[in-house]
Write a protein that binds this ligand. Structure first.
Ligand SMILES: [Cu+2]
Length: 305
């Protein structure tokens, strides 16, 4: 508590501590009063009950004190929340792209990285983009949590205040590998940041590429990664032209991944199942992936050789 990992830590922790303190106070006093009354007014003591009608001071007390307390809790929550929605105009911009099940960070100048590297002490505004389903951008150390909603624009901002690595989690259940949707936020000095960003390669114009669009449009990337990560199905990276061990009707054999094999894998995915992957997970895309798209997908896989 009360670290300076981001400019929001103190406000959030203060509100949390106050609300927790009030909750503990009431838990203890109410429980103690209840136990005291249970003993004091035990039936065996044969105390005669008295009806109390209208007691102005008791009524005023139980209305005014809780009212002040809840208004105060609202106030400190509001005070902590409002600055989170007011990013400074001169903040540096980074786009965080959430995609099943990976974070990608896009810097100005079309540079893309898997780690969110940021200079210390400098405000950063993060535009939150989802290319598929709902994700959550949560950095517990920074006390930040924001929804990443497809088609909707959302953002978060903060000023990193401590050097080091911090965890970024996806906090919205977004499918099978949701739990592996992690990334690192690395806070470095301004000088190290400039050195690092200079080395980040400019993103290839992949999104404009028809072949890539065919792969993305048909939803292949939900189960097949392009970077070597093992998802539900084998990665596309280096797949084309490789020798793959498969099970055909329960018998092991080796095939070469070529155009014919890709076509068969799309239209009859369970005919040859790659070793180490479950049978029956992929449906046939017959009637869904058209011949034109098939050619484009084959071409795209070739490019990832
Ligand atoms: Cu997610």
């Amino acid at each position: 508590m009360f670290t300076n990992a981001s400019n929001f830590v103190q406000g959030v922790d203060f509100a949390f501590a106050v609300i927790l303190g009030i909750s503990i106070f009431f838990l203890v006093t109410l429980t103690a009063t209840m136990i005291y009354f249970v003993i004091k007014y035990n039936r065996n003591k044969k105390v005669k009950a008295v009806q109390i009608k209208e007691h102005t001071w008791v009524e005023v007390t139980w209305i005014v004190i809780p009212l002040i307390l809840v208004l105060y809790m609202f106030y400190i929550g509001w005070e902590g929340f409002i600055p989170m929605r007011q990013a400074p105009k001169d903040a540096m911009h980074v786009k965080a792209i959430g995609k099943m099940w990976k974070w990608t960070f896009e810097y100005e100048g079309n540079k893309q990285a898997d780690t969110l590297v940021l200079p210390i002490g400098k405000a950063v505004k993060i535009d939150l983009v989802s290319t598929d389903v709902l994700h959550g951008f949560s950095v517990p150390a920074f006390r930040i949590k924001e929804d990443v909603v497809p088609v909707k624009k959302n953002y978060t901002w903060f000023i990193p205040g401590e050097l080091g690595d911090f965890d970024l989690f996806c906090t919205v259940y977004c499918g099978l590998n949701h739990s592996s949707m992690l990334a690192t936020i690395r806070v470095v000095s301004e000088e190290d940041f400039q050195k690092w960003i200079a080395k980040v390669p400019v993103k290839k114009a992949e999104a404009n590429n028809l072949a890539f669009q065919a792969v993305e449009k048909n939803g292949c990337l939900a189960c097949h990664s392009m970077n070597g990560t093992k998802l539900v199905g084998p990665t596309f990276k280096g797949l084309y032209g490789s020798k793959s061990n498969v099970l055909t009707n329960g018998a092991a054999r080796q095939v070469t991944v070529d155009d014919a094999y890709i076509e068969k894998s799309i239209y009859e995915p369970n005919a040859d199942v790659a070793n180490g992957y479950p049978q029956g997970v992929m449906k046939s895309y017959k009637g869904i992936v058209q011949q034109k798209d098939l050619k484009l997908i084959q071409e795209y896989l070739k490019s990832l050789k």
